[in-house]
Design a protein. Sequence first.
Length: 375
Amino acid sequence: MPASDIHTDRLTRLAGARLYLVCDGRPAGRGLSELLGAAIAGGVDVVQLREKDLGDEELLAVARRAREICKRHGTLFVVNDRPDLAREVFADGVHVGADDMPVAEARELVGPDMLIGLSTHAPAEIDAVDPGIVDYIGVGPIHATPTKPGRPAVGLELVRYAAAHAPVPFFAIGGIDAEHAPGVIAAGARRLCVLRAIASAEDPERAARELRELLAHPLEAELASPNRPQRSQGPRGPQRSQREDLLRATLEPLGADERPPALLVAIAVCVLLALTVIAGAATVQHLSRRGGSLPGGAFLAIVLLLLAQGMYRRRYWAVLSFEALLAFQIIVTSLALVVASTIVAAVICALSVGLGGWLFWKLVRVMGRIQAGER
């Protein structure tokens, strides 16, 4: 692969990464190959070798073995705090701490193709990240952890800050396991970095798979967990509040000019209905030579066009109003299906109910994404 494409390829793989494992050369008394094979099978996307106790020669041998395992499985391999070693073993990236060497110096050492990760512990450090140098950040430690003695836990507030302000992908890290992960995800994390939760687990593959499932389906996984934290009783009840928080965590706000396909379909339907109504009203008035049909049709057409304009501007009220009309259409068509006297009529009604139901469900998610962007 040409040098100019290597970094792009790694960035693409990083963008799809969700679960990041940090381990040393002798993880929890088991072989490195055994751990990495199981963890990757369970869903780990990135592996970082962080080893403070081995000499350079032994560390180099361990890094080469880890690199080979990761390469075989298509997993990104990162070396902690040693740009020279990362370059020596052809790692995919190097991770540096906020108190280690400057990231600009690390970039000079590893060149333009390698990923660079940076640990951050405060909003100011997140704001200071240069996306021209740093490719991803670690945010934490979320909870106190023995792997970072003396480093105070930052809590979930920093996760929320990173979700709103991080200029590059971020991995929440620090004391995260299957019990704590749902809260971290609800705070806005889409990627997790873990150590003991996988490396010290009796079954690393199962532990990795559980975390991966939480990332893929945070609402279902949290509600199914017997250890989920109980929230204080509020006006809407603790369970409903928890459901809303977790569902919100799965919704990405609409982009600056993003209009999902379902929204465009709804806009087109409104415009077509408006044109059909005005044409039908004009035809009826012409044939009957009576007054009243055209003004009523014009009023309804204006309402539909206003809804279309509101949805084009991504207004919540407009989508909600169209959902109400769509629900009415589904109910009426369902009743028509029950009394349909011909196969053709039944098929038409069934298609109408099916398409209407599909559009209704898609627009529910659009409304959620609109609300997510307003918070």
